[in-house]
Design a protein around this ligand. Sequence first.
Ligand code: PLP
Length: 378
Amino acid sequence: MIPFNQPYLTGNESNYLDRVYANGHLSGNGELTTECHSIFQSTFGYKNVLLTNSATSALELASLLIDFKTDDELILPSYTFVASATPFALRNIRLKFCDSQSNHPNIDPDQIEALITEKTKAILVVHYAGMACEMDRIMEIASKHDLIVIEDASHSIDSYYKNQPLGSFGDFGIISFHETKNISSGQGGLLIVNNDEYWDRANIIWEKGTNRKDFREGKVDHYSWVDHGSNFYPSEIAAAFLRAQLDNREIIQSKRKKIWENYLAALSFIEDYDFMLPFFNESQTNNYHIFFIIAPNATTRDEFLQYMQENGVLALFHYEPLHRSAFVKNKLKIDLTLPNAEMFGNQLIRLPIFADLSENDLQKIIQLVKSFFDQQHK
Ligand SMILES: *Cc1c(COP(=O)(O)O)cnc(C)c1O
């Protein structure tokens, strides 16, 4: 079976792991963590960054930093991974689900304003497949209504909107290094704090609720418990792994680019069968995170996935729109219809893409897609 994803090893991970061991510092916030922070600052221009043990943790940290009051509301897309929402649901923040664009999984900026009430505190956007949301529009809406913006850029390392890296627009940006993402440390995440007002407190929460940063910088003679906090660090072992992957970012990205572009060129014919291919506008870049196609209906989508699987290729769908989930329907008692999110949930297909996908396997997948249409239309 050709898998959907396979973790990529650069070959350099073990050298950095040896350094961690030699340093004698295996827990978090050591030399390798600091080096990763510096790379994010110098490569992408992010000013304030904190490595976390997952993107979910980084979102939780953001949810703690925002001063949500009882009944405050968060606007977020329904078509996203559950971890975009759980950190906020955990704190009983009211979730207001917004639909996707009709031709793209990203949040539809035209539908945001209708959801804004005097209780709205923040908007969370997800850049699906590293394809930027319309950030000019979203930031304009946020500033008009004085709302906080959180960018779930989990998919989006090395992707840009009008030449500015994703994760650098909102008050907060979040990136994931889960093994399914382009750059990975097994599990890991990054919190980007673009709004300086939150930076000191972000460090306190990250330091388990203590002012240990001030202590490390010699500003206080001991550190103590000063605020809420939790254990959001990754270990130095994970940071070392990430460090090696970051060194090899360009290699990883060029391997993924080749596969992605091969798919697009070879599969353009599927538009003749009412399938949709991914497309970009001039403000967006591609980081080759996901190669997705949209089937004309749910039945054809299921037939396609089954055909691929029966012939040794694992293609997948996602996401169950969050407003259709058991938790949202039964616990949050939200009953909504969001046609575009439901359409993507029923019709979107992801083909295997990972840095080590061989030319042979790539051609096999492409041939299989072709034969699916041949056998459907003979
Ligand atoms: C992967 C992902 C997350 C969660 O990332 P973890 O690092 O696994 O916690 C959150 N949001 C989106 C959109 C994701 O794809």
